[in-house]
Design a protein. Structure first.
Length: 472
């Protein structure tokens, strides 16, 4: 059993607060680490403040080189990192490998963006008072960043906070999810060997009481959080004067038009609906299919879902494994049973075994059921038919969330209509809302969050504009 020290102020340390990490498929504890206490967090904050100026003074080339070094070392440890991630998150190894590849790409994108931080020349003489003057706009690091990452993409979503911070020249203290801290602690071992100033990155698992200081402490100038709406909006209320970026998930919808390629839609929706047991904030949860193809789609989709291979996350053949813990599997079971009790029809699934919940398809649902109105964050998909394209758009929009949506169509008019009218942060044509590339702007509206991630767009919040006005 490996014991991981936590990374505080450029040092690997132990505390008296031990944290066990288990694999929900086997229910076995396979690693141990530590929670940060308040003294350790204070050490990390103080050390980070000491490197504010050295971070600010790093050249673009130096930041590029540090980030590329991180990416290269991650590539060398790709298989090992994927195995660690697969064990702690109970993520099928093929998806864990994909996450490592995405995380490497995110770091490379950050390295490139470190070389092109914006600047601007501004004419000042638009008014008589500005005659003989000119302006130069330059962007400076905002300061110390607090990052809080979730369990479902424990490495890549953490890197979406760490890599842009390095590129922007900001120190960052990151709190990983308590159930999945190991991937980021492996990352810490890589970061520690680079030329990055010690203390510029700290990775500290924390309980909620200690972690709340990341929200309330005014020494932090930006809080970037990925998690639930209930927690995220409370953090915003408690955050004081600091900037806040929230990525809060959703109940993403899919429209399948009668013009769509049915087989493509089926194959994409199986992955979008059930990859990593649906524990993805852009999980394809609500699928609306034109009535002319609804029966055929339902038949093909159900057949494909029932062929998904269940098993050990470390097996290369596994498509779906246990959820992150039994508590969440029980919650999903309760929501499905509640829907069935209120008239929903179970097409397949609906079975739980400890932390495993079977891929489940429901129909005849209504919008007030939790499986429709809430973020199920589990392997559950609803299928409903529509007869009017604009009605399908209204079904997607009738939600407290607005993160991403997928639209399968071969009509230019329907594509444009979807982009104009869907109330979401991203529209994906002929693919599921689960599709994401890591350099693109990513985020939502309504209860899905505030601000955008995607390296360049995350950096916008990590930088402050300053103008120099001078004579010429």
């Amino acid at each position: 059993m490996k014991i991981y020290k936590i990374y505080a102020g450029g040092e690997f340390i132990e505390t008296s607060l031990q944290l066990e990490v288990s694999n929900s498929f086997t229910s076995e504890v396979f690693a141990k680490t530590y929670f940060s206490d308040l003294q350790t967090l204070e050490k990390a904050i103080v050390t980070a403040e000491k490197v504010l100026q050295p971070m600010k003074e790093l050249s673009s080339f130096e930041k590029y080189s540090i980030l590329m070094n991180i990416a290269e070392q991650m590539q060398l440890k790709r298989t090992y990192l994927a195995e660690v991630l697969s064990m702690e998150a109970c993520k099928p190894i093929k998806y864990a490998l994909s996450e490592i590849d995405r995380a490497i790409q995110t770091v490379i994108v950050a390295a490139e963006e470190a070389k092109r931080i914006e600047g601007e020349y501004l004419s000042i003489d638009w008014t008589p008072a500005g005659k003989g003057k000119e302006g130069w706009v330059k962007y400076f690091p905002v300061g110390l960043i607090a990052g809080i990452a979730p369990f479902n993409f424990p490495l890549n979503l953490a890197i979406h906070k760490i890599a842009p911070a390095i590129a922007a020249g900001c120190p960052i203290i990151l709190k990983p999810a308590s159930s999945t801290p190991l991937s980021t602690l492996e990352l810490a071992e890589i970061i520690d060997k680079t030329a990055l100033p010690k203390g510029a990155v700290s990775i500290l698992p924390m309980d909620r009481k200690t972690g709340n200081q990341l929200v309330t402490d005014e020494r932090f100038k930006l809080l970037t959080f990925t998690g639930s709406p209930e927690v995220g909006w409370k953090m915003k209320n408690d955050a004081g004067k600091k900037k806040v970026v929230l990525e809060l998930g959703g109940n993403a919808g899919v429209i399948i038009s009668e013009t769509a390629d049915l087989d493509v839609a089926v194959n994409k929706c199986v992955v979008g609906g059930f990859a990593y047991s649906g524990q993805v904030c852009i999980h394809a949860q609500r699928i609306y299919v034109h009535k002319k193809i609804f029966k055929e789609f339902t038949s093909k989709f159900t057949e494909a879902v029932q062929k998904l291979k269940i098993g050990d996350p470390l097996s290369k053949d596994t498509d779906i494994s246990s959820m992150i813990d039994e508590q969440n599997a029980v919650r999903v079971e309760d929501w499905v049973n509640e829907a069935i009790d209120n008239g929903a029809k179970l097409i397949c699934g609906g079975i739980r075994n400890k932390s495993y919940y079977a891929p489940t398809i429901l129909t005849d649902t209504h919008k007030d059921m939790k499986v429709c109105s809430m973020e199920v964050f589990g392997p559950v998909v609803i299928l409903e038919e529509f007869d009017n394209y604009n009605a399908a758009i209204s079904y997607i929009n009738d939600s407290r969330y607005g993160l991403q949506a997928g639209v399968f169509t071969n009509s230019i008019l329907e594509m444009n209509n979807a982009f104009d009218k869907l109330d979401v942060g991203g529209v994906v044509i002929n693919d599921v809302p689960t599709f994401r590339v890591d350099h693109a702007p990513y985020g939502g509206i309504k209860d899905s969050g505030l601000g955008r991630e995607g390296v360049k767009y995350a950096m916008h919040d990590m930088l402050e504009a300053k103008i120099l006005i001078k004579p010429f």
